[in-house]
Design a binder for this molecule. Structure first.
Ligand SMILES: [Zn+2]
Length: 274
């Protein structure tokens, strides 16, 4: 079975806030000692992905100067250049980037970026604010998905109210052809809301990034009924295990082969390549 990891981060020591660096050191000490080796050498990362059974990985930048750090899109584009396994996304911040829609268009058309990540709780905006609408219209027109971080985080300065998944309901209704992915599926106390929204709207998906696989069925007892709307992501490198271990734990859940294949590959493939 081929596997797509829909959620990995490009990190470099100098880009990250101490709060993220400390978490990385605590969770993944082996990687921590090699951060910049990885960030200077994409082949090291693709070899790692292959060793874990991953065929494609979405690589995310981050533009949250107040909370987690600044990882420029240009760095991610450069890192992914010539690597067919790596799929670059952009991260735009409505409070610091003035021309959101033209910026997205340029990244997609001129640099081959395949999607957008937004971080309401780190960047401080409500997803359904009118000022974001031209950006969503552009993403819909370009046919690229938008990932929203939806759920808790331990990073200092996070303002959780902006992550309430209810604000995505407006976007799902107003942009019916825009694929919306809820990263972390409402981690903390919005699991039910995310599950409901992704079943209700054909264009809304939930990703299970950062959730312990062994808990998935207690968070989402009816996961099997939502097989076509659930997507795997690892949050690499901010994770306590290897990506392969995570995949193995998902494969061992009491779910049908069809559901597991949809989560690990098919749903992501449809969004990224069709
Ligand atoms: Zn993440």
């Amino acid at each position: 079975m081929e596997i797509i990891d829909f959620h990995t981060h490009f990190v470099r020591k100098s880009f990250l806030h101490p709060t993220w660096l400390n978490l990385l050191e605590e969770l993944n000490p082996e990687f921590y000692s090699k951060i910049d080796e990885f960030s200077n050498n994409a082949e090291l990362f693709t070899a790692y992905l292959k060793s874990q059974g991953v065929r494609y990985a979405v690589v995310l930048p981050e533009w949250a100067p107040a909370t987690s750090g600044v990882v420029p899109t240009e760095e991610v584009i450069e890192y992914c250049r010539g690597q067919d396994m790596l799929i670059p996304f952009t991260s735009l911040n409505p409070n610091t980037h003035p021309d959101l829609a033209p910026q997205l268009e340029s990244y997609v058309n001129d640099y081959g970026v395949k999607g957008l990540k937004l971080h309401p709780s780190y960047q401080f905006f409500y997803p359904n604010e009118a000022r974001l609408y031209p950006l969503y219209a552009k993403a819909q027109e370009l046919g690229v998905p938008v990932i929203f971080h939806i759920g808790s985080s331990t990073f200092k300065g996070t303002r959780l109210k902006y992550c309430d998944p209810i604000y995505l309901d407006d976007i799902a209704v107003d942009f019916p052809d825009l694929n919306i992915i809820m990263a972390h599926s409402g981690r903390g106390f919005w699991y039910d809301a995310c599950f409901f929204l992704s079943r209700l709207h054909k264009n809304v998906y939930m990703d299970i990034t950062g959730l312990p696989p062994q808990n998935l069925l207690s968070y989402f007892p009816e996961l099997e009924k939502n097989a076509d709307k659930v997507i795997f992501g690892s949050d690499w490198p901010t994770m306590p295990t290897g990506i392969g271990e995570n995949i193995k734990a998902i494969k061992s859940l009491p779910l049908s082969d069809r559901t597991i294949e949809a989560m690990l590959y098919r749903n992501a493939y449809k969004i990224l390549f069709k």
